[in-house]
Design a protein around this ligand. Structure first.
Ligand code: ZN
Length: 134
């Protein structure tokens, strides 16, 4: 893994949270994107070399809505940039980690993403992401 790509935060109301986090960071989000397959609406903030992703569920079956029902708003996942997501999946499976989706799916921000089940990672939902080129 190369670096932390972003930290994802689950929020109930993206519009309100965009205002809140803009006040914290001293600048507005730079984009909003809906990922229909995941039933989430996201926004991104650039903070130095790091990114923060806010996520709001777009319906009650969204993984984000379910997360908030169980745990409340807050840090949802940490995403790590990788060069070759498929070989990372193979490596991590060999290490015994539970991969939620073995076939990378298209996430927000032009990335292929795979998640590791928090059950196998001390309760931390880990996202691997690889930039889609072209
Ligand atoms: Zn993410």
């Amino acid at each position: 893994m190369k670096k932390i790509e972003h930290i994802g935060i689950a929020v109930k109301d993206l519009d309100k949270s965009n205002v809140l986090f803009a006040a914290i960071f001293g600048k507005p989000h730079y984009k909003v994107e809906e990922v229909e397959s995941e039933a989430v609406k996201t926004s991104f903030f650039q903070v130095g070399s790091n990114k923060i992703e806010l996520l709001e569920g777009t319906n009650e079956n969204s993984p984000i809505s379910k997360f908030i029902d169980k745990k409340g708003e807050g840090v949802h996942h940490i995403a790590f940039a990788v060069d070759d997501i498929l070989s990372e999946v193979i490596r991590l499976k060999k290490e015994g980690f539970v991969v939620l989706n073995e076939t990378p799916k298209k996430g927000a921000d032009n990335k292929l993403v795979v998640f590791l089940h928090p059950r196998s990672t001390n309760g931390v939902l880990i996202e691997l992401c690889q930039e889609i080129i072209g």
